[in-house]
Design a protein around this ligand. Structure first.
Ligand code: ZN
Length: 421
């Protein structure tokens, strides 16, 4: 008898975790954090019989608790080499800035590298006596995977976060997936339709060029992993004139170094290399002041203006109508980015700023939208049963409803619910 337990990301985004048991063996897929105060993690699982931990991708809502598991188990971690290296970066960063206590030490983060068995896409690996695992490209960020687990004659697909559409940085998710009996899918944008990617790129370029031509500076607050590099690639692909410098700040700088080492996960390693070659790396506050003074494009975390170097730049660019602040992701309600879009004023570091700089939003999603998601899920052969996670409660229900309309069986599991396989 096998069992699958949903440890987290049930009617929420954050703390992903799935536990599969068969007889006396078990496998864990993802073990992430949710950024509550203090940070929350899925319930601890028994580690004595744990055969392996599989990690879909490096984002902390999937990887943030992995060191806790590895510190209590000899089990190997299976993920792509890019995910291994990006996770180590993000975990260290989280450890340095965490306000609450974490259930592991700084030293435990080194276990990600030490216990990792780097796995290539499409490679099938036996885990213990009862399991087999294969990773498929998920198209979400470099190195991201869908995890397919075979147990007890059944095949379960954990989609992780996925994007079926290719971007300037990532090839799209693996098409033509093999037969599965159960699919545990994300539903982040189950209620959204994204405009055509090329159109968004062109609109973004227009915003950037307009600002630069009137002598202004463009601040693009962006996530360190994936989005910052995609912006670099877009500016390169659409021919931003070389007279306008591009600057990169924050953790995105170290992410670049990792991606240069793992070019096999990029849509075009040559284009990325060219983009890296023309990007100026910011090292200190003097560089930051000069970058704003010189005019150009500044890419800096955090993506929703929640902190990091983006606050320093914001204070320097907000009060000049020649400048612009370009937001490139969905802005979660309650974040400074969302407040800025809605009101043209924003509280940063406890102070309210009136913003006269131009504010734009061009949403470059790294998830499939409702159409792309449904299209990919319906193409999975084997008439799988769907379990919908990793979305706001309404998004989980919306995707379940749409799948049921197409004669599929779909469930929205509750946290710590177990099903028999
Ligand atoms: Zn993600």
């Amino acid at each position: 008898m096998s069992q699958l337990t949903f440890l987290g990301s049930c009617r929420e985004i954050g703390r992903s975790g799935f536990f599969v048991e068969d007889r006396n063996e078990s496998v864990l897929v993802d073990y992430g954090v949710k950024f509550t105060e203090p940070p929350s993690f899925p319930d601890m699982v028994p580690t004595d019989e744990l055969q392996a931990v599989a990690l879909t991708h490096s984002h902390l809502d999937h990887s943030g608790g992995i060191p806790r598991i590895l510190s209590q188990s000899e089990a190997s971690l299976f993920c792509t080499p890019a995910t291994r290296d990006l996770s180590t970066l993000l975990l260290r960063d989280m450890y340095n800035i965490s306000r609450g206590p974490l259930p592991y030490s700084r030293k435990d983060i080194t276990l990600v590298k030490r216990q990792c068995q780097a796995t290539a896409y499409e490679e099938t690996v036996p885990l213990g006596h009862h399991f087999e695992m294969t990773l498929f490209n998920a198209g979400h960020i470099p190195g991201s995977s869908m995890v397919s687990v075979r147990v007890n004659g059944k095949r379960i697909l954990f989609t992780g976060d996925f994007n079926a559409t290719e971007s300037q940085l990532n090839p799209g998710a693996r098409k033509n997936l093999p037969k599965h009996d159960i699919v545990v899918t994300e539903s982040t944008y189950a209620r959204r339709t994204n405009p055509n990617r090329e159109e968004i790129e062109l609109a973004l370029m227009d915003s950037v060029i307009e600002t630069l031509e009137r002598g202004g500076t463009v601040l693009i607050p962006a996530f360190a992993v994936g989005r910052s590099q995609e912006i670099m690639c877009i500016l390169e692909k659409h021919g931003l004139p070389y007279k306008y410098p591009i600057y990169l700040d924050g953790l995105a700088r170290a992410v670049n170094d990792v991606l240069v080492k793992h070019p096999e996960y990029l849509q075009s390693p040559q284009a990325f290399q060219r983009a890296v070659g023309r990007t100026h790396i910011i090292n200190d506050n003097r560089d930051r002041t000069n970058a704003v003074k010189n005019g150009g494009v500044i890419i800096s975390p955090a993506g929703m203006l929640k902190g990091g170097a983006s606050h320093l730049y914001f204070k320097m660019v907000h009060d000049n109508p020649n400048n612009s602040i370009v937001l490139v992701s969905f802005q979660i309600p309650g974040t400074p980015g969302e407040e800025l879009l809605a009101k043209r004023k924003v509280t940063v570091g406890g102070r309210l700023f009136e913003v006269t700089a131009d504010v734009r939003q061009h949403h470059l999603s790294s998830h499939s939208d409702s159409r792309g998601m449904l299209d990919m899920l319906l193409k999975i052969p084997g008439e799988p049963e769907f379990y919908i996670v990793h979305g706001e409660s309404e998004s989980c229900d919306a995707l379940a409803e749409r799948l049921e309309k197409r004669k599929c069986v779909a469930h929205v599991p509750e946290i710590n619910e177990s099903i028999e396989i």
